[in-house]
Ligand binder design. Structure first.
Ligand code: FUL
Length: 485
């Protein structure tokens, strides 16, 4: 062979080597649209955080202040916001959303646009700024900080006219200039109509859809805080779950068609709680619920604080169904989270830590009916590797499939957690969890949607092999994580 031929065959060999070593890269599944934005993904990973309702209502024993309360009633006797953040942090919550202004219009910060605020209260001789103090305490305890500013204002004389919208925006500017970062902005859709309104004492009706000109207001906030998540009945980033009882429906799509939602429109509760399989926007549900019957502290409700078990059930019907939980913990008249609530939170955390102590599936062998292109990149052990960025996926045409996880030896199991890789959209419509009994696979739990996270409670039973059967999916299933407890 002459030199030329030798050289040519060497080049061919090199090319062949490059070709074979590249072959293992099989393209990932195409996303099923819509998919979450980056800021929504960060929000999904928070899973649970606190709501804090605190204002003149705490001192007047009301749920909705009329707007005529004297600023002098706001007088906590032993205020300690670090006790709030320490309690919230210890409960395993990741952030805090504060009612900077509730429907009564009283501002927890000395707003330059109104006299109805802490600056005219006895608190710290009028020099206090609860919003600032809470935000600073959040930073110390590594909690994310969020803002609730009620659009409805029963104190303002001009509520219902364009100048109020200007006032509301000025307050948003004040808050967002002074506090960064803010992870969530909570726009409450409630509007009962009647109020003080600067002494008019009347009922006022606004058109919730047009009055506030939401697109302009949201743009204004977004410019100041690009990563903020907007909550409202209708989104745009996250939606109300349709109730205040602590659950989202078992079938919970993160997708919904935004036009179909509007505050005040009757009959949308169920839609909010379920979402829409073919919805055109990714607007996941947030479950808002209070640890007490009311949103504000009332001594008469001390015996009605939810028990650790009730809180755990709420955890399962919110986080366990792929929603986020915002749990309200209202400080009492001292300005402290009451001992009864603290004890309930501690008991709840103990239950969660106890039940989810050791993931029996971590790094255990997983097999599957098939995996995408037989590529190592999508092999079933991706669901037990503890890495949220890897996943098991099937070929495009396979919309069903199953995974078997071998725990190594028989173990007592009570919970199975499954997560979809939602960066590529929500897919699964129906699935079951099976174990072997007397040589046969039997179903121990069933579900519809999975989404970011699904936790299934199983009647405690012994099993070595756990089979997850995906029986229906919008496209090939893409599962990032399975945990067994
Ligand atoms: C509702 C309000 O009317 C309640 O007072 C509370 O703030 C709750 C979180 O939202 O719409």
């Amino acid at each position: 062979m002459n030199l030329m031929l030798r050289l040519l065959s060497l080049i061919l060999l090199c090319n062949l080597f490059i070709f074979t070593s590249c072959k293992k890269s099989v393209p990932p599944p195409a996303p099923v649209l819509p998919v979450p934005t980056d800021r929504q993904l960060v929000w999904h990973e928070m899973e649970q955080y606190a709501f804090v309702h605190f204002t003149t209502n705490t001192f007047t024993d009301k749920e909705w202040g009329f707007g005529d309360e004297s600023e002098s009633v706001f007088n906590p006797t032993a205020m300690d916001v670090t006790q709030w953040t320490k309690t919230i942090k210890a409960a395993g919550l990741k952030g805090l959303v504060l009612t900077c202004k509730h429907h009564d219009g009283f501002c927890l910060w000395p707003s330059q646009y109104t006299e109805h605020s802490v600056k005219n209260s006895p608190y710290k001789g009028g020099k206090g700024n609860v919003v600032d103090e809470v935000e600073k305490a959040c930073r110390v305890d590594d909690l994310k900080f969020g803002v609730y500013l009620s659009p409805w204002d029963r104190n303002r004389a001009d509520y219902g006219s364009p100048s109020y919208v200007e006032y509301y925006r000025n307050q948003l500017k004040e808050l967002f200039a002074a506090h960064k970062p803010v992870f969530e902005m909570w726009f409450d859709g409630a509007n009962g109509g009647d109020g003080f309104y600067g002494g008019a004492n009347e009922k006022r009706k606004i058109d919730g859809k047009t009055y506030y000109d939401w697109p302009t207001t949201l743009n204004l906030v977004r410019e100041m805080e690009p990563n903020v998540i907007f909550f409202s009945d209708a989104g745009p980033d996250i939606r109300w779950c349709g109730n205040e009882s602590g659950y989202v429906n078992e079938t919970n799509w993160n997708t919904i068609t935004a036009d179909t939602l509007y505050a005040g429109k009757s009959g949308i509760q169920d839609l909010l709680g379920t979402g829409n399989e073919n919805g055109t926007s990714w607007i996941p549900a947030e479950v808002d619920v209070s640890i007490r019957p009311g949103w504000f502290y009332h001594a008469k409700e001390d015996s009605l604080v939810k028990t650790p078990q009730q809180l755990f059930d709420i955890y399962l019907s919110s986080v366990g169904r792929g929603a986020n939980l915002i749990l309200n913990i209202p400080p009492d008249r001292r300005g402290l989270i009451n001992e009864i609530d603290v004890a309930a939170l501690q008991g709840w955390k103990k239950l969660i830590d106890g039940y989810f102590k050791t993931n029996l599936a971590l790094n255990k062998l997983a097999t599957a009916s098939s995996f995408r292109g037989n590529s190592v990149d999508y092999n079933p052990s991706m669901v037990t590797d503890g890495d949220k960025d890897t996943y098991w996926a099937t070929n495009d045409e396979e919309k069903t499939g199953n995974l078997v996880i071998d725990l190594g030896s028989p173990k007592l199991i009570s919970f199975v957690t499954i997560q979809e890789y939602i960066k590529l959209g929500q897919r699964v419509k129906s699935f079951s969890v099976e174990i072997v009994r007397e040589g046969k696979w039997v179903t121990v739990a069933k579900g519809t949607t999975i989404g970011y996270k699904r936790i299934l409670k199983i009647f405690p039973t012994e099993a070595q092999n756990i089979r997850i059967v995906i029986s229906d999916s919008k496209a090939c299933p893409v599962i990032s994580n399975v945990e067994v407890y």
